[in-house]
Ligand binder design. Structure first.
Ligand SMILES: NC(=O)c1ccc[n+]([C@@H]2O[C@H](COP(=O)([O-])OP(=O)(O)OC[C@H]3O[C@@H](n4cnc5c(N)ncnc54)[C@H](OP(=O)(O)O)[C@@H]3O)[C@@H](O)[C@H]2O)c1
Length: 270
């Protein structure tokens, strides 16, 4: 096949994936093809990435060993019916589409087509994404590893059973929104105590980044890291007392549960 990677739907997620694999040198521009609807967007994208873009989704699928589908959920059924006959055991489909399960895709594709469902988050656009992947019944291990390596070019990736995808959606899919609120609120605290807004936002955002990096780099339990910075009778324990009184812990748990339940309720099933 002419291309290693084909992408249908070169929007925010689709383009972030292309930029990520190109920057990491994972795939050469000549081995990637994208389908883009508008002429203007096509020309801009080609100029930005050096990757071939076409209008026809069938051309992308027919020419590619691996196809990423990154269209909006409402377009999913249409794009699958337009291209289904071109799939089969040799051609991998990786969906980024939220709320469409593997059975929905497998039931519309030829038997034996390897199908992966993935759930990235918006931070893929800055190379700091968090993606979970779940494999359908016909996915060889090496192709699942390959798909994960594409997401590792734009952040981190984990492989989970499909039954966990709603939880992933409620946590890392929606999570950036929760953390923006946490950052904004910390900054408001700083402003309340007299800090300039821009300084307060920088302090808050870098504090969140540093704490998150510490968890990932050390692999320590967050509670242990919290204990390390909480001096007996010190300042931080007074702040923690306020967080507990305000129910931060329970509120965040409930936010993940509620968003995961909503994701489950919206699911497009076969
Ligand atoms: N953004 C996120 O944070 C995020 C996180 C997890 C999962 N997802 C999922 O990823 C998918 C893409 O999201 P996104 O944020 O990248 O959306 P987006 O920016 O709207 O991109 C979708 C792209 O699909 C193109 N498109 C529409 N109809 C098409 C068709 N029939 N054939 C080929 N391309 C078509 C659109 O082109 P036009 O603009 O020209 O119509 C657009 O470029 C969604 O299903 C979403 O659920 C997104």
């Amino acid at each position: 096949m002419a291309y290693k990677l084909g992408i249908i739907g070169a929007g925010k997620i689709g383009e972030a994936l292309v930029q990520g694999v190109l920057q990491k040198g994972l795939i050469a521009p000549k081995d990637i093809i994208l389908s883009v609807k508008s002429e203007k967007h096509r020309a801009e994208l080609e100029a930005r990435t050096g990757v071939r873009t076409v209008k026809d989704n069938r051309e992308v699928v027919a020419g590619s060993e691996n196809v990423f589908l990154a269209v909006k959920p409402k377009m999913m059924a249409e794009v699958l019916s337009e291209t289904a006959d071109l799939f089969g055991p040799g051609r991998l489909l990786v969906s980024t589409v939220a709320g469409v399960n593997i059975e929905f895709m497998e039931s519309r594709l030829p038997a034996g087509t390897p199908v992966i469902r993935s759930m990235p988050n918006m931070a893929v656009a800055i190379g700091q994404g968090m993606t979970a992947l779940a494999a359908g019944k016909s996915v060889p291990e090496d192709r699942l590893d390959w798909a994960a390596s594409i997401y590792r070019a734009v952040g981190r990736a984990v492989i989970v059973g499909e039954e966990h995808m709603d939880a992933v959606t409620g946590l890392s899919g929606s999570g950036p929104a929760y953390i923006y609120i946490v950052i904004e609120s910390l900054a408001d605290g700083g402003v309340k105590m007299g800090l300039p807004r821009d300084v307060a936002v920088e302090l808050a955002a870098q504090t969140v980044l540093g704490a998150a990096s510490n968890v990932l780099i050390t692999g320590e339990h967050p509670a242990k890291l919290k204990d390390q910075v909480t001096t007996p009778a010190g300042v931080t324990i007074d702040g923690i007392l306020e967080l507990e009184a305000g129910g931060l812990r329970v509120t965040l748990i409930k936010a993940v549960v509620k968003a995961a339940e909503r994701a489950r309720a919206l699911m497009h099933k076969a």
